[in-house]
Write a protein that binds this ligand. Sequence first.
Ligand SMILES: *Cc1c(COP(=O)(O)O)cnc(C)c1O
Length: 362
Amino acid sequence: MTTERTHPDDLAPATRLVQLGRPPATPGGGVNAPLALTSTYHADGPVNYARVGNPTWDAFEEALGSLEGGDALVFSSGMGAISAALSLLPHGGTIVVPGHAYNGTLASLDALAAEGAAVVRRVSIDDTAAVVAALDGADLLWLESPTNPMLEVADIPTLVAAAHERDVLVVVDNTFATPLLQRPLEDGADVVAHSVTKYLAGHSDVILGALVTPHTERGRALHQRLHTRRSLGGAIAGPTETWLALRGLRTLHVRLERACANALVLAERLRGHARVERVRHPGFGAIISIEVTGGLEGAERVAAATRVWVHSTSLGGVESQIERRGRHASEPPTVPAQLLRLSVGIEDVEDLWRDLEQALEG
Ligand SMILES: *Cc1c(COP(=O)(O)O)cnc(C)c1O
């Protein structure tokens, strides 16, 4: 006998994170989704081969899909998901993209442009009029908000409406905000992309990605195309990584709440620090970018001098991370050399502050 659970639409996101993606409640049955390590299935079921479907994917996708308000597809990495989403651009089509965005996305678009497979229009994503002006004749609008690492914020509802008036598809990379802070599908976006590696999995132990499409006719058609792309592209998510990501997702709400609260305190204190020339923090989320005195060397010294903050690339883990973004040649030249990106974790905020202070003053 199975017990029907409450319909997810009745539940708050914090509860859905905990409840969804579990097997039906049967006496003696497990409470967690199985880690399904199998390449094939007994014949005549809904899925016959595990490149096409896996029960561990289903569990993760149920939880993430519900949070974003759509149907999720898990991919082997954020870039795997982004590559699949970019396949929606017709060959030679025009894409409007933020001047600052995840450098892998920008590099992929540069490669497509160099092959003549795409025309790329870079815009300041916080300049709504400029973005709208760039949409005429475009095929796809790529949004990332807040942007990496400049933390510019896009007016997503206005840009989606302007794009759809011109029959332009909209993809939003929602990695920085997570569905707890921003749900682009509710604003009409066609696809949401995630690097699950970051906040969703949250423990810096897996690389994973996802796409989510809305429960509309158009969304279902996109889902079908992306699903086919995943099955035939073949670079699929490992069940173990997916299982770990679902385990991480269970605590997203508490992790993000703490990280965001820490970030607010730190952004405020950094604004008053003599060694900090500029603080970027959009007022939500747990990423802060700061520009420190002493230029490139000054920034490198700070990153190397922290003891609690981990000097490493990436973001969204429980541990606080610090990195000078300009050390990556792939970062646009408009990212200041002295910019440090801080991914604020869930540690004690006073420990984080003391460590930053000693690194800034050292
Ligand atoms: C990390 C990241 C990606 C790429 O994801 P991977 O999981 O590393 O492939 C894409 N977009 C944003 C905003 C990211 O931070």
